[in-house]
Ligand binder design. Structure first.
Ligand code: NAD
Length: 346
Protein backbone atom coordinates (compact mmCIF):
# COMPACT_ATOMS: atom_id res chain seq x y z
CA UNK A 1 0.00 0.00 0.00
CA UNK A 2 2.88 2.41 0.72
CA UNK A 3 3.74 2.27 -3.02
CA UNK A 4 0.14 2.75 -4.14
CA UNK A 5 -0.16 5.67 -6.63
CA UNK A 6 -2.93 7.24 -4.50
CA UNK A 7 -1.03 6.84 -1.21
CA UNK A 8 -0.27 10.33 0.15
CA UNK A 9 1.17 9.75 3.60
CA UNK A 10 -2.20 8.56 4.92
CA UNK A 11 -2.03 8.16 8.71
CA UNK A 12 -4.04 4.98 8.96
CA UNK A 13 -5.87 2.59 6.63
CA UNK A 14 -8.07 0.00 8.29
CA UNK A 15 -9.49 -3.04 6.55
CA UNK A 16 -12.69 -4.04 8.34
CA UNK A 17 -14.14 -7.53 8.23
CA UNK A 18 -17.07 -9.19 9.97
CA UNK A 19 -17.64 -12.73 8.81
CA UNK A 20 -21.05 -13.08 10.49
CA UNK A 21 -22.60 -10.53 8.09
CA UNK A 22 -20.07 -10.55 5.25
CA UNK A 23 -18.79 -7.02 5.91
CA UNK A 24 -15.80 -5.97 3.81
CA UNK A 25 -14.94 -2.29 4.25
CA UNK A 26 -11.94 0.03 4.23
CA UNK A 27 -11.57 3.16 6.37
CA UNK A 28 -8.82 5.58 5.35
CA UNK A 29 -7.71 8.34 7.70
CA UNK A 30 -5.63 10.75 5.64
CA UNK A 31 -4.74 13.53 8.09
CA UNK A 32 -5.90 14.52 11.57
CA UNK A 33 -3.80 17.67 12.03
CA UNK A 34 -6.85 19.95 12.05
CA UNK A 35 -9.07 17.60 14.06
CA UNK A 36 -10.70 14.19 13.88
CA UNK A 37 -11.01 12.80 10.36
CA UNK A 38 -14.50 13.37 8.96
CA UNK A 39 -15.95 12.09 5.70
CA UNK A 40 -18.77 9.97 4.36
CA UNK A 41 -19.23 6.26 3.92
CA UNK A 42 -19.73 4.99 0.37
CA UNK A 43 -21.41 1.63 -0.30
CA UNK A 44 -20.73 0.30 -3.75
CA UNK A 45 -20.27 -3.12 -5.42
CA UNK A 46 -16.64 -2.42 -6.37
CA UNK A 47 -15.27 -4.63 -9.14
CA UNK A 48 -12.27 -5.41 -6.95
CA UNK A 49 -10.73 -4.69 -3.57
CA UNK A 50 -8.02 -2.78 -5.44
CA UNK A 51 -10.65 -0.40 -6.88
CA UNK A 52 -12.11 0.15 -3.41
CA UNK A 53 -8.66 0.95 -1.96
CA UNK A 54 -7.92 3.42 -4.77
CA UNK A 55 -11.26 5.13 -4.18
CA UNK A 56 -10.90 5.43 -0.40
CA UNK A 57 -7.30 6.69 -0.56
CA UNK A 58 -8.27 9.37 -3.07
CA UNK A 59 -11.51 10.36 -1.36
CA UNK A 60 -9.97 10.62 2.12
CA UNK A 61 -7.21 12.94 0.88
CA UNK A 62 -9.92 15.02 -0.82
CA UNK A 63 -11.70 15.30 2.54
CA UNK A 64 -8.55 16.66 4.23
CA UNK A 65 -8.39 19.42 1.62
CA UNK A 66 -12.14 20.02 1.59
CA UNK A 67 -12.38 20.31 5.38
CA UNK A 68 -9.30 22.58 5.54
CA UNK A 69 -10.62 24.99 2.89
CA UNK A 70 -14.07 24.88 4.46
CA UNK A 71 -12.52 26.37 7.62
CA UNK A 72 -13.47 23.35 9.73
CA UNK A 73 -11.47 22.00 12.64
CA UNK A 74 -11.59 18.55 11.05
CA UNK A 75 -9.19 16.28 9.25
CA UNK A 76 -9.88 14.02 6.28
CA UNK A 77 -11.15 10.47 6.23
CA UNK A 78 -13.48 8.29 4.26
CA UNK A 79 -14.94 4.80 4.34
CA UNK A 80 -15.95 2.42 1.57
CA UNK A 81 -18.10 -0.68 2.00
CA UNK A 82 -17.74 -3.29 -0.73
CA UNK A 83 -21.43 -4.16 -1.17
CA UNK A 84 -24.49 -3.41 -3.27
CA UNK A 85 -26.51 -0.78 -1.35
CA UNK A 86 -29.73 -2.57 -2.32
CA UNK A 87 -28.68 -5.75 -0.45
CA UNK A 88 -31.21 -7.03 2.11
CA UNK A 89 -28.22 -7.32 4.49
CA UNK A 90 -27.64 -3.55 4.48
CA UNK A 91 -28.89 -3.04 8.04
CA UNK A 92 -26.55 -5.73 9.40
CA UNK A 93 -23.63 -4.38 7.36
CA UNK A 94 -24.19 -0.87 8.74
CA UNK A 95 -24.31 -2.19 12.30
CA UNK A 96 -21.07 -4.13 11.78
CA UNK A 97 -19.45 -1.08 10.22
CA UNK A 98 -20.60 1.04 13.18
CA UNK A 99 -18.76 -1.29 15.56
CA UNK A 100 -15.55 -0.84 13.53
CA UNK A 101 -15.87 2.96 13.43
CA UNK A 102 -16.53 2.95 17.19
CA UNK A 103 -13.35 0.93 17.74
CA UNK A 104 -11.34 3.87 16.33
CA UNK A 105 -12.41 5.92 19.34
CA UNK A 106 -13.35 9.10 17.46
CA UNK A 107 -10.35 9.37 15.14
CA UNK A 108 -12.84 8.99 12.26
CA UNK A 109 -16.43 10.30 12.02
CA UNK A 110 -18.66 8.84 9.31
CA UNK A 111 -21.61 10.23 7.35
CA UNK A 112 -23.68 9.94 4.15
CA UNK A 113 -22.19 9.30 0.73
CA UNK A 114 -23.18 7.41 -2.41
CA UNK A 115 -25.31 4.41 -1.37
CA UNK A 116 -25.59 5.54 2.26
CA UNK A 117 -28.33 8.04 3.12
CA UNK A 118 -29.26 9.91 6.33
CA UNK A 119 -31.57 7.10 7.52
CA UNK A 120 -28.68 4.61 7.06
CA UNK A 121 -26.45 6.82 9.23
CA UNK A 122 -29.07 6.50 11.98
CA UNK A 123 -28.60 2.72 11.71
CA UNK A 124 -24.79 3.09 12.03
CA UNK A 125 -25.46 5.26 15.09
CA UNK A 126 -27.07 2.27 16.88
CA UNK A 127 -23.51 0.97 17.31
CA UNK A 128 -21.39 4.09 17.09
CA UNK A 129 -21.09 7.58 18.59
CA UNK A 130 -18.97 9.04 15.80
CA UNK A 131 -21.54 9.89 13.09
CA UNK A 132 -23.00 13.04 11.54
CA UNK A 133 -25.71 13.67 8.87
CA UNK A 134 -28.21 11.49 10.76
CA UNK A 135 -31.79 11.85 9.50
CA UNK A 136 -32.96 12.18 13.10
CA UNK A 137 -30.79 15.30 13.63
CA UNK A 138 -32.85 17.30 11.13
CA UNK A 139 -36.48 18.29 10.60
CA UNK A 140 -38.52 15.64 8.77
CA UNK A 141 -37.86 15.75 5.03
CA UNK A 142 -34.62 17.73 5.32
CA UNK A 143 -31.68 16.00 3.63
CA UNK A 144 -28.16 17.31 4.44
CA UNK A 145 -27.42 16.97 0.69
CA UNK A 146 -29.36 20.24 0.39
CA UNK A 147 -26.39 21.99 2.06
CA UNK A 148 -24.21 20.66 -0.77
CA UNK A 149 -26.56 21.94 -3.47
CA UNK A 150 -26.71 25.34 -1.74
CA UNK A 151 -22.91 25.49 -1.62
CA UNK A 152 -22.59 24.60 -5.31
CA UNK A 153 -25.17 27.23 -6.26
CA UNK A 154 -23.18 29.75 -4.19
CA UNK A 155 -19.88 28.75 -5.85
CA UNK A 156 -21.52 28.95 -9.29
CA UNK A 157 -22.67 32.52 -8.61
CA UNK A 158 -19.16 33.45 -7.48
CA UNK A 159 -17.69 31.94 -10.65
CA UNK A 160 -20.21 33.89 -12.76
CA UNK A 161 -19.13 37.09 -11.00
CA UNK A 162 -15.50 36.25 -11.78
CA UNK A 163 -16.09 35.45 -15.45
CA UNK A 164 -18.89 37.83 -16.47
CA UNK A 165 -18.61 40.54 -13.80
CA UNK A 166 -22.04 39.78 -12.34
CA UNK A 167 -23.49 36.93 -10.32
CA UNK A 168 -26.98 37.58 -11.69
CA UNK A 169 -27.89 34.30 -13.39
CA UNK A 170 -30.88 35.61 -15.37
CA UNK A 171 -30.47 34.41 -18.94
CA UNK A 172 -27.47 32.16 -18.19
CA UNK A 173 -27.61 28.61 -19.52
CA UNK A 174 -26.50 25.69 -17.34
CA UNK A 175 -26.12 22.02 -18.31
CA UNK A 176 -26.62 19.69 -15.32
CA UNK A 177 -25.35 16.11 -15.45
CA UNK A 178 -27.20 14.05 -12.85
CA UNK A 179 -30.44 14.99 -11.10
CA UNK A 180 -30.15 13.10 -7.82
CA UNK A 181 -30.27 14.55 -4.32
CA UNK A 182 -27.88 17.39 -5.17
CA UNK A 183 -28.41 17.96 -8.93
CA UNK A 184 -32.19 18.22 -8.56
CA UNK A 185 -31.98 20.91 -5.87
CA UNK A 186 -29.30 22.78 -7.80
CA UNK A 187 -31.73 22.78 -10.76
CA UNK A 188 -34.44 24.28 -8.54
CA UNK A 189 -32.19 27.09 -7.28
CA UNK A 190 -30.88 27.89 -10.76
CA UNK A 191 -34.41 27.98 -12.17
CA UNK A 192 -35.51 30.33 -9.38
CA UNK A 193 -32.49 32.53 -10.15
CA UNK A 194 -33.60 32.86 -13.78
CA UNK A 195 -31.22 30.43 -15.48
CA UNK A 196 -32.19 28.23 -18.43
CA UNK A 197 -31.47 24.53 -17.88
CA UNK A 198 -30.31 21.67 -20.07
CA UNK A 199 -30.31 18.39 -18.13
CA UNK A 200 -29.44 14.71 -18.39
CA UNK A 201 -29.79 11.69 -16.15
CA UNK A 202 -29.90 7.97 -16.84
CA UNK A 203 -33.07 7.84 -14.70
CA UNK A 204 -35.93 9.00 -16.94
CA UNK A 205 -38.33 9.66 -14.05
CA UNK A 206 -36.11 12.34 -12.48
CA UNK A 207 -35.53 13.92 -15.88
CA UNK A 208 -39.25 14.32 -16.55
CA UNK A 209 -39.73 15.77 -13.07
CA UNK A 210 -37.11 18.48 -13.69
CA UNK A 211 -38.36 19.14 -17.23
CA UNK A 212 -41.90 19.64 -15.95
CA UNK A 213 -41.02 21.55 -12.77
CA UNK A 214 -38.34 23.89 -14.13
CA UNK A 215 -38.92 23.99 -17.90
CA UNK A 216 -35.57 22.28 -18.51
CA UNK A 217 -34.57 20.74 -21.85
CA UNK A 218 -33.55 17.08 -21.64
CA UNK A 219 -30.63 15.76 -23.70
CA UNK A 220 -28.87 12.43 -24.15
CA UNK A 221 -26.60 11.79 -21.10
CA UNK A 222 -23.72 11.05 -23.50
CA UNK A 223 -23.81 14.63 -24.82
CA UNK A 224 -24.47 16.71 -21.70
CA UNK A 225 -20.84 17.91 -21.35
CA UNK A 226 -20.82 19.09 -24.97
CA UNK A 227 -23.85 21.40 -24.76
CA UNK A 228 -23.24 25.01 -25.89
CA UNK A 229 -24.02 26.56 -22.49
CA UNK A 230 -22.44 29.05 -20.09
CA UNK A 231 -21.92 26.58 -17.23
CA UNK A 232 -21.48 22.81 -17.07
CA UNK A 233 -22.49 21.34 -13.68
CA UNK A 234 -21.34 17.72 -13.18
CA UNK A 235 -23.57 16.32 -10.41
CA UNK A 236 -23.29 12.57 -10.96
CA UNK A 237 -19.98 10.91 -11.59
CA UNK A 238 -16.27 11.40 -11.07
CA UNK A 239 -13.70 11.71 -13.90
CA UNK A 240 -16.06 13.62 -16.21
CA UNK A 241 -13.22 15.80 -17.47
CA UNK A 242 -10.82 13.57 -19.40
CA UNK A 243 -8.94 13.56 -22.70
CA UNK A 244 -12.09 12.52 -24.59
CA UNK A 245 -14.63 14.91 -23.06
CA UNK A 246 -12.46 18.00 -22.60
CA UNK A 247 -12.19 19.13 -26.25
CA UNK A 248 -16.00 18.96 -26.56
CA UNK A 249 -16.85 20.96 -23.41
CA UNK A 250 -18.78 24.01 -24.57
CA UNK A 251 -19.08 25.91 -21.27
CA UNK A 252 -16.91 28.77 -19.92
CA UNK A 253 -17.40 27.58 -16.32
CA UNK A 254 -17.47 24.13 -14.72
CA UNK A 255 -19.06 24.00 -11.28
CA UNK A 256 -20.93 20.99 -9.93
CA UNK A 257 -21.45 18.76 -6.92
CA UNK A 258 -19.62 15.63 -8.13
CA UNK A 259 -16.42 14.47 -6.42
CA UNK A 260 -13.16 13.95 -8.35
CA UNK A 261 -14.37 15.65 -11.54
CA UNK A 262 -10.90 15.72 -13.13
CA UNK A 263 -9.77 12.30 -14.40
CA UNK A 264 -6.18 13.37 -13.64
CA UNK A 265 -4.67 16.45 -12.00
CA UNK A 266 -3.18 17.55 -15.36
CA UNK A 267 -6.71 18.17 -16.67
CA UNK A 268 -6.82 21.24 -14.42
CA UNK A 269 -4.13 22.86 -16.56
CA UNK A 270 -5.81 21.62 -19.77
CA UNK A 271 -9.05 23.36 -18.72
CA UNK A 272 -7.17 26.58 -17.96
CA UNK A 273 -5.47 26.44 -21.36
CA UNK A 274 -8.89 25.99 -22.98
CA UNK A 275 -10.16 29.16 -21.24
CA UNK A 276 -12.56 27.28 -18.99
CA UNK A 277 -12.88 28.40 -15.34
CA UNK A 278 -13.06 25.29 -13.20
CA UNK A 279 -14.31 25.58 -9.63
CA UNK A 280 -12.39 22.80 -7.84
CA UNK A 281 -14.86 20.06 -6.96
CA UNK A 282 -14.12 19.97 -3.25
CA UNK A 283 -14.69 23.74 -3.03
CA UNK A 284 -17.93 23.62 -5.05
CA UNK A 285 -19.33 20.71 -3.04
CA UNK A 286 -18.01 21.75 0.39
CA UNK A 287 -21.45 22.95 1.52
CA UNK A 288 -22.43 19.48 2.71
CA UNK A 289 -19.59 19.20 5.13
CA UNK A 290 -19.75 22.87 6.19
CA UNK A 291 -23.46 22.56 6.90
CA UNK A 292 -23.38 19.16 8.56
CA UNK A 293 -19.96 18.37 10.03
CA UNK A 294 -19.66 21.47 12.23
CA UNK A 295 -22.15 19.61 14.43
CA UNK A 296 -19.24 17.42 15.52
CA UNK A 297 -17.95 20.25 17.70
CA UNK A 298 -20.80 22.81 17.91
CA UNK A 299 -24.59 22.97 17.77
CA UNK A 300 -25.56 25.32 14.95
CA UNK A 301 -29.17 25.92 13.96
CA UNK A 302 -30.22 25.18 10.36
CA UNK A 303 -30.06 28.89 9.57
CA UNK A 304 -26.58 29.21 11.08
CA UNK A 305 -25.46 26.21 9.02
CA UNK A 306 -26.86 27.77 5.83
CA UNK A 307 -25.10 31.03 6.65
CA UNK A 308 -21.81 29.15 7.10
CA UNK A 309 -22.24 27.55 3.66
CA UNK A 310 -22.37 31.07 2.17
CA UNK A 311 -18.65 31.53 2.83
CA UNK A 312 -18.02 29.32 -0.23
CA UNK A 313 -18.68 32.47 -2.29
CA UNK A 314 -15.56 34.26 -1.00
CA UNK A 315 -13.40 31.12 -1.12
CA UNK A 316 -14.36 30.55 -4.76
CA UNK A 317 -13.68 34.18 -5.72
CA UNK A 318 -10.30 34.08 -3.94
CA UNK A 319 -9.23 30.88 -5.73
CA UNK A 320 -10.35 32.03 -9.20
CA UNK A 321 -8.78 35.48 -8.75
CA UNK A 322 -5.45 34.00 -7.64
CA UNK A 323 -5.54 31.44 -10.44
CA UNK A 324 -6.04 34.21 -13.02
CA UNK A 325 -3.32 36.40 -11.50
CA UNK A 326 -0.78 33.56 -11.39
CA UNK A 327 -1.87 31.90 -14.68
CA UNK A 328 -2.29 28.62 -12.83
CA UNK A 329 -5.21 26.17 -12.67
CA UNK A 330 -7.69 26.83 -9.83
CA UNK A 331 -7.38 23.17 -8.82
CA UNK A 332 -3.65 23.66 -8.07
CA UNK A 333 -4.34 26.92 -6.19
CA UNK A 334 -6.97 25.22 -4.02
CA UNK A 335 -4.61 22.30 -3.25
CA UNK A 336 -1.86 24.77 -2.28
CA UNK A 337 -4.20 26.73 -0.01
CA UNK A 338 -5.46 23.57 1.71
CA UNK A 339 -1.93 22.20 2.20
CA UNK A 340 -0.82 25.50 3.68
CA UNK A 341 -3.71 25.56 6.18
CA UNK A 342 -2.79 22.04 7.32
CA UNK A 343 0.96 22.77 7.43
CA UNK A 344 0.40 25.96 9.47
CA UNK A 345 -1.70 24.03 11.97
CA UNK A 346 0.93 21.31 12.20
P1 NAD B 1 -27.39 10.75 -6.17
O1 NAD B 1 -27.04 9.29 -6.20
O2 NAD B 1 -28.57 11.19 -5.38
O3 NAD B 1 -27.61 11.27 -7.67
C1 NAD B 1 -26.77 10.96 -8.73
C2 NAD B 1 -27.61 11.02 -10.00
O4 NAD B 1 -26.75 10.84 -11.11
C3 NAD B 1 -28.68 9.92 -10.07
O5 NAD B 1 -29.93 10.49 -10.37
C4 NAD B 1 -28.16 9.01 -11.20
O6 NAD B 1 -29.21 8.41 -11.94
C5 NAD B 1 -27.40 10.02 -12.06
N1 NAD B 1 -26.43 9.42 -12.97
C6 NAD B 1 -25.65 8.34 -12.77
N2 NAD B 1 -24.89 8.11 -13.86
C7 NAD B 1 -25.19 9.09 -14.76
C8 NAD B 1 -24.74 9.40 -16.07
N3 NAD B 1 -23.83 8.65 -16.71
N4 NAD B 1 -25.24 10.49 -16.68
C9 NAD B 1 -26.17 11.26 -16.07
N5 NAD B 1 -26.66 11.00 -14.84
C10 NAD B 1 -26.17 9.93 -14.19
O7 NAD B 1 -26.06 11.48 -5.72
P2 NAD B 1 -25.87 12.93 -5.07
O8 NAD B 1 -25.99 12.82 -3.60
O9 NAD B 1 -26.71 13.93 -5.81
O10 NAD B 1 -24.32 13.16 -5.40
C11 NAD B 1 -23.89 13.44 -6.72
C12 NAD B 1 -22.39 13.63 -6.74
O11 NAD B 1 -22.04 14.63 -5.79
C13 NAD B 1 -21.57 12.38 -6.33
O12 NAD B 1 -20.36 12.40 -7.05
C14 NAD B 1 -21.28 12.62 -4.86
O13 NAD B 1 -20.10 11.94 -4.44
C15 NAD B 1 -21.08 14.12 -4.85
N6 NAD B 1 -21.30 14.74 -3.55
C16 NAD B 1 -22.51 14.63 -2.94
C17 NAD B 1 -22.69 15.22 -1.69
C18 NAD B 1 -24.02 15.13 -0.99
O14 NAD B 1 -24.22 15.88 -0.02
N7 NAD B 1 -24.96 14.28 -1.43
C19 NAD B 1 -21.65 15.92 -1.09
C20 NAD B 1 -20.44 16.04 -1.76
C21 NAD B 1 -20.28 15.43 -3.00
Amino acid sequence: MFDHPEFDGHEQVVHCHDESVGLRAIIAIHDTTLGPAAGGCRMQPYASEADALTDVLRLSKGMSYKNALAGLRLGGGKCVVLADPSTPEKHALLHALGRHVQSLGGRYWTAIDVGVGPADVDVVADECDYVFTRASEYPAGFDPSLFTALGTFTALRAAAEHVWGTDDLHGRTVAIQGLGATGRDLARQLHEAGATLVVADIDRAVVSHVVNAYGATAVDPATIHAQPVDVFAPCALGSVVDDDTLPAIGARVICGTANNQLAEARHGEALRAAGISYVPDYVANGGGVIGAAARIYSSPTLDESRAAVARIYDTTRQILTRAAAESRPPSDIADDMARRIIAAAR
